[in-house]
Design a protein around this ligand. Sequence first.
Ligand code: HEM
Length: 195
Amino acid sequence: MPSLPRRYDAIAIFLHWVTALAVIGLIAIGFVMTRLSAGSHMQFMLFQLHKSIGITVLVLSVVRLGWRVTHPTLPLPIAMPHWERVAARLSHAFFYGLLLGLPLLGWATVSASPLKIPTMLYGVLPWPDLPLVSDLSGHGRLAERLGAVHGFGGLFMGGLLIVHVAAALRHHLIMKDTVLLRMLPLLKPVAGPTQ
Ligand code: HEM
């Protein structure tokens, strides 16, 4: 058992796991809702839920990016080879890009849709369309294209998530360092080495 590392702070850990759960939910809901019969009540409800969780992820990701910029990330283990450091940094940059870009694309898709279905977050909070994009909503093809890119991006993020989980497990089970432990909630914070 490796010694407990310096850990991420409670806010960073909270944002990480809430976002992770939300993204897994979004991918599952997104996959199901786009395959239900068009116009059904269930499809309508799942779209509203998808939009609600997706906008929540957008807000959380802005907060998270702000937190990350003001609270520097923990260093990677010294023993990590160069290629792995580059891969880790690249995948994290991709995640941030997707966490901001995907909700914005989804929001743009809804705004460009000629169907003009209002978005009501969690059934209570009306959410506006993106102003400039909604002016183009007469062109159904724009919504179709944005939706296709958004959907592809969502599935790509699912793939990246699998690689991310595999890498975390590899650190814990094979390399036996503290990379996973320091992002886990509910462990006692113990000062110590970073690897
Ligand atoms: C991190 C955030 C998000 C993720 C990971 C995500 C993921 C997905 C996935 C996986 C699909 C299904 C793709 C398919 O199987 O074809 C989808 C579809 C969709 N999502 Fe999202 N989504 C996110 C945020 C949002 C937001 C914020 C909105 C709107 C406010 C939104 C609106 C839509 C719409 C309208 C579709 C249907 C697209 C189409 O088929 O034309 N999404 N999303």
